[in-house]
Design a protein around this ligand. Structure first.
Ligand SMILES: [Zn+2]
Ligand SMILES: [Zn+2]
Length: 136
């Protein structure tokens, strides 16, 4: 896939040129806090496929697996563009809502559904997992 995206203020941008590995929605508490909603939808791409520009900051904290997740966001407006869960090797998890055109994104699974909230239940037309299934 080839795609572009940006943060809320537009200071930070990125370009993707490479294969999309998977797309999914995460309902964990961390994604609820990051997004301010009940879930976060993202696409996974190889690290080499994404190039970011602008002034970025990275927040690192352990994820559900206990290993670190780097979340990279605009230093000005705070929009997270992508994350790098170390447990997934080189894979970057791009926030679907930051894509210039997200119309082709089709989440193939919903993860951490055990933490979902009643006001934003997981879609029933995709496989749902209570925690994180083993994927790269
Ligand atoms: Zn920004
Ligand atoms: Zn999550």
């Amino acid at each position: 896939m080839q795609a572009k995206g940006r943060c809320l203020c537009g200071q930070a941008t990125y370009a993707i040129d490479g294969d999309m590995l998977w797309a999914g929605s995460c309902y964990c508490r961390d994604c609820q806090r990051e997004s301010g909603g009940g879930h976060l939808t993202a696409i996974a791409v190889p690290g080499a496929a994404i190039e970011a520009n602008g002034t970025l900051k990275t927040y690192t904290a352990p994820g559900g697996s206990g290993t670190d997740i780097d979340r990279t966001f605009c230093s000005e407006c705070g929009s997270t563009l992508f994350s790098h869960p170390h447990v997934m090797g080189d894979t970057r998890i791009v926030r679907a809502g930051t894509l210039e055109d997200s119309s082709s994104v089709q989440p193939g699974m919903a993860v951490f559904c055990s933490q979902s909230v009643a006001w934003d239940p997981p879609h029933e037309d995709v496989p749902t997992f209570a925690e994180m299934p083993p994927i790269q």
